[in-house]
Design a protein around this ligand. Structure first.
Ligand code: UGA
Length: 435
């Protein structure tokens, strides 16, 4: 099949590359000429495990191509995916201007029946808006607008795309449904379902899924904070409740709050949708508040122990990305923690396997970035662990102790056992466990 993907962010690029992998002819379109040129020269502009291999294979076979021209890119496309940004407006709602602008442009270009697919996370009703934008210029016989939300996690996006637990397709058109089914069949061969539903339910499914997951984590963070106060251990509680299959083991790890480009934005946008329809989503409002508090928790613990004034202190940081296996720092707890430390005039030494360039862009030389984990603890008064990269899981504690000014660790991801750390001679605070 001939496919076009408009927008080459991580969703668009992964989508395009994975569809090329099953033999489709894919053209990816982006307005960023520099980025398109780099991709044409074989460079993958984002860090996503496994993507480069697929990208190389499919570009070599010319099944995956790049252009800045919408007209050229969609020329032969039977299906056009819109994977465009939907950044939050000042009021938390999603900005649809990119999507609607492209929809208007497509109306001038489409001549044969085409399926237009909303891949970005968009508020309920967006597919109808895209439909109306096109229908104001061309016959509705010429197109269908489908909602096909993605459930890709950064860091495992390729795997999630190739082996989805489910595919959600929102359309009321049988013709579009058949085309979408043909496209996705190769990815659900293990028997995982493709769920067809109406467009608005598909759009809602995406927001409900992300909001539920954000709520699950936030609930666990709240329980963890209470565990500390009552002398319980959240690790035990997590295992205890997670083994009930109605609750489930996954996504119950307490930490320094959820971040990234999806949960914060999507939870806000759903609350906003509620307001638009005069419905108060109180649980989600609390989720936002509790998560904001959780993002500061590691800095609060540090200040409580070392004192308000950090002006003569050097603090080491392990992990800057919002989660492991990505270089993404959008809404990362590290940003809030670093700002708090800078406001208190601390000196910061930080290490992250992938995200340091992004931190440099954001904070310049205010944060001293170093080239490995041990260098980040030399002469520090305390170490903060913010992201659970595998490389931090089994360090040599003897070496660390010899390098640190004081053997003090505040661990936002519960990487180590508290008893073990005490035996090794560390002052060790984590989340939801006794000191
Ligand atoms: C999330 C969803 O998991 C994807 O299904 C969805 O497609 C994506 O958003 C999106 O809307 O595009 P992602 O933001 O990449 O994916 O990251 P997650 O792995 O879901 O992690 C989100 C946040 O939750 C991270 O800050 C992570 O550290 C935190 N988290 C996750 C916890 O604190 N504890 C956990 O047990 C799990």
């Amino acid at each position: 099949m001939n496919i076009a993907v408009v927008g080459t962010g991580y969703v668009g690029l992964v989508t395009g590359t994975c569809f090329a992998e099953t033999g489709n002819e894919v053209v990816c379109i982006d307005v960023d000429a520099d980025k398109v040129q780099r991709m044409q020269q074989g460079e993958v502009p984002i860090y996503e495990p496994g993507l480069k291999t697929l990208f190389d294979r499919n570009t070599r076979q010319n099944r995956l191509q790049f252009t800045t021209s919408l007209e050229e890119g969609i020329k032969d496309a039977e299906v056009i995916f819109l994977a465009l940004p939907t950044p939050p407006n000042g009021d938390g709602s999603a900005d649809l201007s990119y999507i609607l602008k492209v929809a208007a442009q497509l109306a001038d270009l489409i001549t044969d029946y085409t399926v237009i697919v909303d891949k970005s996370t968009v508020p309920v009703g967006t597919a109808d808006q895209v439909h109306d934008t096109l229908a104001s210029k061309i016959s509705p016989e010429l197109f269908d607008v489908v909602s096909n939300p993605e459930f890709l996690r950064e860091g495992v996006a390729v795997d999630d795309f190739l082996k989805p637990e489910r595919v959600i397709i929102g359309t009321e058109s049988q013709r579009a449904r058949n085309i979408m089914e043909r496209l996705y069949k190769p990815f659900v061969r293990q028997g995982n379902p493709i769920y067809f539903m109406d467009v608005r339910s598909a759009e809602m499914t995406k927001y409900a899924a992300n909001s539920f997951l954000a709520t699950k984590i936030t609930f666990m963070n709240d329980i963890a904070n209470l565990c500390e106060r009552v002398g319980a251990n959240v690790d035990q509680v997590r295992i205890g409740i997670g083994s009930d299959s109605r609750i489930g083991k996954r996504f119950l790890f307490p930490g320094v709050g959820y971040g990234g480009s999806c949960f914060p934005k999507d939870v806000e946008a759903l609350v906003r949708t509620g307001q638009d329809y005069d419905y108060d989503l109180r649980i989600l409002q609390s989720v936002i508040e509790v998560n904001n508090r959780q993002k500061r928790i590691l800095a609060d613990k540090l200040v409580q122990y070392l004192g308000e004034d950090l002006c003569n202190k050097t603090i080491g940081i392990w992990g800057l990305a919002f989660k492991p296996n990505t270089d993404d720092i959008r809404e990362a707890p590290a940003l809030y923690i670093i700002q708090e430390l800078l406001d208190r005039h601390a000196t910061i030494k930080a290490y992250d396997p992938e995200a340091m360039e992004n931190i440099r862009t954001r904070f310049g030389d205010q944060v001293h970035l170093v080239s490995d984990a041990y260098e980040a603890v030399i002469d520090v008064d305390a170490l903060l662990i913010i992201t659970e990269w595998s490389v931090f899981r089994t360090p040599n504690f003897e070496v660390m102790k010899s390098l640190m000014k004081q053997p003090i660790i505040f661990d936002g991801r519960n990487l180590y056992e508290t008893d073990y750390m005490a035996k090794k001679g560390f002052y060790y605070e984590s989340i939801g466990r006794e000191v």
